[in-house]
Design a protein around this ligand. Sequence first.
Ligand code: C2E
Ligand code: CA
Ligand code: CA
Ligand code: CA
Length: 277
Amino acid sequence: HAKKNKLEQQIYNQQIDVNTLERLQLINELKSAIQHGELVLFYQPKLDLTLNKVTHVEALVRWLHPDRGMIPPDEFIPIAEQMGQMNALTRWVMNEAIDQYLSWKDQGIDLGIAINISAENLKDTNFCQYVLDVISDRSVPIEALTLEITEDAVVSDPENAIKQLRVLKQYGLKLSIDDYGTGYSSLAQLKQLPVDELKIDKSFVQNLMVNLDDQIIVNSTLQLAHSLGLRVVAEGIEDEGALKWLAERGCEMGQGYYLSKPADADTLVAWLVNSGY
Ligand code: C2E
Ligand code: CA
Ligand code: CA
Ligand code: CA
């Protein structure tokens, strides 16, 4: 048994070595990717389950690499975080999302936009001032933007995170706790967070119709969130059954492949028109 573990460890280490080389290369390239316009935002609809209408979209970044094709965010966000590139990346995302918001507004399409914020952003003491400045410079109604923050980002430095989030909330920004249920935030911390919305992680939603444990978890999360006055978004809805199940239990919003995968802005609008949402 010990021998097998050792072998696995060696294989694992080799894996790391290959990955390290690839990562080093990506790190170098990521710095210029932002300037060279290689990043693009995709949008995934957030459906209001009571209105049966798409009221928001979530912006999800992709890297259109000249040689490697489309690199998903899970492969480069962690690198950007380690390399101190998250401020630049999030600033780009925020400006790009605002461009899109304003362009849709010109076309008579009114969609709130949710942006993902990383733990690194909350460590930057200028972050919250930057957000407020961009919003006022570009004349965006502040309630049009939602910031999605993972549970873990808050847990790593709750005091500072809570401080910055309170300021943003004071000015009317909508705040959402992402990947809820996968981190280790305590109820006491959750209660202190000035958030409006709680997103149940997709791992509890994807198999909702066949997994009774997930149903119990989601049900009690809905009750807990509602008793704290929070709106609930379920992500990872992959079938009609889950959508109905959630709507029947008072879940306010839903997101998932069953409705639409993240898509470029034009595809999203075409889908919106076709789907009747
Ligand atoms: P997230 O914020 O939890 O976003 C949800 C992820 O789940 C997205 O993956 C989305 O495509 C995927 N998803 C949505 N519906 C379904 C479904 O029904 N089934 C399944 N299996 N998956 C679904 P994506 O776009 O690859 O993004 C992965 C993660 O990368 C995001 O997770 C977020 O943490 C991070 N990310 C993406 N864009 C940004 C960004 O601009 N800034 C930051 N800081 N992080 C970002
Ligand atoms: Ca998110
Ligand atoms: Ca999530
Ligand atoms: Ca996630």
